[in-house]
Design a protein around this ligand. Structure first.
Ligand code: F6P
Length: 555
């Protein structure tokens, strides 16, 4: 008979432990692993790298430089089985409303369901709608890219500006950057997200309204930052175009909210729709990807979807112990819940992937940064880690010191493409050599003996403990297909971890309070009388801002 959560908790040592029976075994195993060093595990087992590697299409994951043995992996897979990862996976793919607090299905996989297998939501197959929007996007993108669709003055569109924030910005921005080698040579894509006027000003500074197309991208079409920037862009445009009728040719919307789009003044014919079963941070595959399609064309966008679909198929069909997203997720749980690791570094060795850490930050932290389980109970174990990172090669000269010799254990994902897009092979060789050297150094470290043979001074400072975990993710080349696979890999990793932590990974109630308070504070910034309705610190800060902005305004 399965043990109750309370019994398990007692047996697992109270708070802090994950409430699954497999965790008892994992905890005991963790104690036995305390003194083992990866260097010895490699020495004892020449087949280790091969056994702990997995190739899916053009993506290779080498997870051998982790503090795991066969037993660890078997126990972790047992944990995934016990948490019913397979069942939840079927529920997600099957269109069940697994986002229970919002009563919604979670179907970003339907957006790239290239086989067109029917996907039912509330008794309706959503695939015809999905395909219709992709078709509408493709026709529109082709018109703009070919120059057939022109601006109000008859000139060709040369610049596309995506106005959005969070999931309506980070995904498309990351993908457009990542696929830079595939971009249309006469079309530049820009992104405006920040409410700070400096952002919109800077972005519009060099643009010509007559040759600029705006995409107002917002799932809700109520996000303050996006709507404020969109209104500014419209005024900027009209200051030159002079006639409201020209808006139709220069503003399109991507949203689930037809009414708000119409109220903004965008013709619903110029709206690209998506649905509430697409989470904002999982939406780059939807019409939110319009800027990507404009940049790289419909065919390449299809390749991106194909890549994600290939990873979906692998995730759905492969056994848990040979399943890349599951393995990545389990390793994360291993460090998060059994080694008290608090963060996860994402280190792309690829200039084109420089925005991947920021993208994954939202994907992961907005999904699994939660302390209440899906059933409403407070959790007493660690959930989503702090995700951070930057391009690895730059990081080496900035924060890697802490990765190598700091007091914290920071699991790191190293990502590289073996084949570059440019012809600077010597640069690429150096990049690859550094990528490989860093994971080796983190794993091996340097012993006192090795250090002494090189120098006798300050030996204790030059010893590296090593035994620091990393995953190496190798792509053949950063193509649209490979990028699709990579992003889907992380999406499913996040899903699996959410299941193990018993979370609903698809809501984000934690971002609401700040939004509400900002709405309340906004008019107070210009209030005549001093503000006193908040805590003493917030009151004082608001009043200081009132005072200082009056001084600037000369009042
Ligand atoms: O405030 C957080 C959030 O709701 C994200 O989840 C979302 O990606 C972002 O804001 C933007 O929302 P929208 O696309 O509705 O403007």
């Amino acid at each position: 008979m399965p043990l109750s959560e309370e019994t398990l908790r007692g047996e697992l040592g109270g708070t802090g432990a994950l409430p699954w029976a497999a965790c008892r075994l994992l905890q005991a195993h963790r104690s036995r692993m305390a003194t083992s060093h990866m260097r010895d595990l490699f020495a004892a087992d020449p087949a280790r790298a091969e056994r702990f590697s997995l190739q899916v299409g053009d993506v290779l994951l080498d997870y051998s430089k982790n503090r795991v043995t066969d037993e660890t992996m078997a126990l972790l897979v047992r944990l995934a089985e016990e948490a019913d990862v397979a069942g939840w996976r079927e529920r997600m793919f099957g269109g069940e409303a697994i986002n229970n607090t919002e009563g919604r299905a979670v179907l970003h996989v339907a957006l790239r369901n290239r086989g067109n297998r029917p996907v039912m939501v509330d008794g309706e197959d959503v695939m015809p709608k999905v395909n219709a929007v992709i078709g509408k996007m493709a026709a529109f993108a082709e018109q703009v890219r070919s120059g057939a669709r022109r601006g109000y003055s008859g000139e060709r569109i040369t610049d596309v500006v995506n106005i959005g924030i969070g999931g309506s910005d980070l995904g498309p921005q990351m993908a457009v950057q990542a696929l830079a080698p595939y971009r249309h040579p006469q079309l530049k894509v820009h992104f405006i997200s920040n409410i700070d006027g400096a952002h919109v000003k800077e972005a519009l500074e060099s643009l010509n309204p007559a040759t600029t197309l705006f995409i107002v991208a917002s799932k809700t079409f109520t996000t303050q930052e996006t709507m404020t920037n969109a209104h500014h862009a419209r005024s900027w445009f009209l200051a030159q175009a002079q006639d409201d009728r020209h808006i139709a040719g220069h503003f399109v919307a991507v949203s689930t909210n037809r009414e708000a789009v119409t109220a903004f003044g965008i013709d619903p014919a110029n709206m690209f729709e998506f649905w509430d079963w697409v989470g904002g941070r999982y939406s780059l595959w939807s019409a939110i990807g319009l800027s990507i399609m404009l940049a790289v064309g419909a065919e390449r966008f299809d390749d991106l979807l194909d890549g994600a679909h290939a990873m979906d198929a692998h995730f759905r069909d492969a056994p848990l112990d040979r399943n890349m997203p599951v393995i990545l997720a389990l390793l994360g749980v291993w460090y998060n819940n059994f080694f008290d690791a608090e963060s996860q570094a994402i280190l792309p060795y690829d200039h084109a992937l420089r925005s991947l850490p920021a993208y994954l930050q939202q994907a992961d932290m907005e999904s699994n940064g939660k302390s209440v389980a899906r059933d409403g109970r407070a959790v007493d174990y660690a959930t989503g880690p702090i995700v951070w990172g930057a391009t690895g090669i730059n990081g080496q000269h900035a924060f890697f010191q802490l990765l190598h010799q700091g007091t914290r254990l920071i699991p790191a994902d190293f990502i590289v493409s073996v084949e570059p897009h440019d012809d600077l092979q010597d640069h690429h060789d150096l990049l690859l050599a550094n990528f490989l050297a860093q994971t080796e150094a983190l794993m091996r470290g340097r012993t006192r003996e090795e250090t002494q043979s090189q120098t006798s001074q300050f030996v204790q400072h030059k010893v590296f403990d090593g035994n620091r975990p990393s995953n190496a993710i190798l792509l053949q080349k950063l193509t649209p297909h490979a990028l699709g696979m990579l992003i889907a890999l992380y999406e499913h990793k996040i899903f699996v971890q959410g299941v193990i932590w018993k979370l609903n990974s698809y809501d984000q109630w934690g971002v609401e309070l700040g939004k509400q308070l900002a709405r309340r504070i906004l008019p107070e910034l210009h209030a005549d009388a001093p503000v006193d309705g908040h805590d003493a610190s917030t009151n004082a800060l608001i009043n200081r801002c009132r005072h200082m902005s009056r001084r600037t305004a000369g009042k």
